[in-house]
Design a protein around this ligand. Sequence first.
Ligand SMILES: Cc1cc2nc3c(=O)[nH]c(=O)nc-3n(C[C@H](O)[C@H](O)[C@H](O)COP(=O)(O)OP(=O)(O)OC[C@H]3O[C@@H](n4cnc5c(N)ncnc54)[C@H](O)[C@@H]3O)c2cc1C
Length: 486
Amino acid sequence: MDRRKASLLIAGGALGGLGILAIPYLGSSGVRIVGFPTLPVFDETAAQIVPANAKVATELARTYNIKVKIHPELRILCRTADAVSTLVQWAREHDIPFAIRSGGHCFAGHSQHRRLVIDLREMQYVEINQQQQIVSVGSGQHIGPLHRLLAKAGFGIPAGVCPDVAIGGHVLGGGIGYASRQSGLLCDQLQSLEQVNAQGQLVLASNEQNEDLFWGSRGGGGNLGIVTRFTFSLRKLTQLNVISIHRRLSTKDTAQLLADWQEWSQRQPFGTTTHIKITKYPTGGMLVSFTGQSTEPRDRLVMAMAGIFAGTVPDFERDITTGSPIEALAKEPEGGNLPGVYEFVQHELLRQALDLDQCLALLEILESHIVNGAYLFFEPLDGAVNDVAADATAFPHRGKAVFIVQCSTTIDNIFQREERLAGVLAVKAFMQPFSTGGAYVNYPDADLENPAQAYWGDNLPRLSAIKRKYDPDNMFRHRQGIPLDR
Ligand SMILES: Cc1cc2nc3c(=O)[nH]c(=O)nc-3n(C[C@H](O)[C@H](O)[C@H](O)COP(=O)(O)OP(=O)(O)OC[C@H]3O[C@@H](n4cnc5c(N)ncnc54)[C@H](O)[C@@H]3O)c2cc1C
């Protein structure tokens, strides 16, 4: 493609949508956007330049949490690692600050920037190697379709439960999913990664090369480069049970179920992982969502579940789908959209299970403080997650916490903010005495007093040293990034 043609391929090739801010820099080496130095030329297969006033810019600015949404002056959709490399060199040369975006799910908006967003959402591919039992995935790959493609091929991976989350941010922070009690965190399955470093070079990291970078990329949450490709090992999967039980229960029954479930969950074989989500019901009581997956034989799973459900949800068995992995996943949401909620989320890492009185007290706070739609969400953090030592990767919470508990509420207008936020904070305050004091970097909280210590604990000094080695000028940064100086 000749240079002039390439320079016109901006925002879908429609210059009309660009207004006057973008001027094709004819006869020169690239494209000019007002307020920026001349951009490199990208072939359309490599990247698409999207200035703020392009027609598609508003749609592309959509993010999971609209509370943190920023419309950048310039977004560049990168389709190849070479394009990322060129862009990093350009940003470095001209000292242009930027954010990195894959799936746009960061609660705290770390993938947003006023100036430039390097956007990897189109780097979506899944290459399965059946023989070696590995899969290579682009950073923008959504988790839902990945689970399905792997299930079709008879494999599983411990990636998370929200189909729209992208692999990029997810695995760099750790990655907790329904297979985590069996296979650990998603980052524990990482064999190697390919990333663009601060000099714009493409480098590989694995247990054999750049081991320190590989260590820091498993739980460090990013900020060491821009990862373009991840390769994971896979687990064979022949049969799967998918559990999806949603019932309205009284607050008292819900508290009993929550107390029972915490003990029950820890006693289950590692092939069974379940989550419990409790939402305040508009007309009283609670909506209990009990979801999960199990590789146990169905009859054994049903027998085990009867132990906690027989009294309150006698017909639970009809909500377990059993079959080949792809059959079992058939009713699960496929994803494909960003709902765009205005959400406040807090979380704590619990050292121990809460007893019945504590569960009752917790639900009373949910009931009295927070309006409809607020929820508590419990995820286990035991099993194979703890087979890996706490200092073997940058994720420091292994062996310290048994559950992660999120509390979240959304608002429709600013007048609801104070009351609903107060409710979330009351839940957090209640849970704090039972907490490790740590925080999961994939559930970032903009209000943490010492975020780096909470996210990385004892692993922080080593992670900071890796940051100093690979990114001494702090090119890859955001408000809660890895500090250079610990
Ligand atoms: C609805 C919902 C459900 C969730 N469910 C789960 C779950 O089940 N389990 C779980 O563990 N987590 C879960 N999460 C948290 C999720 O793992 C994190 O929000 C994750 O960071 C999102 O990744 P992303 O690429 O979609 O987001 P982004 O906002 O694009 O990125 C998140 C962070 O990673 C950085 N980043 C992204 N890609 C790269 C890259 N290629 N190189 C370097 N840095 C990069 C960004 O700069 C940003 O700081 C959930 C979040 C939401 C909103």
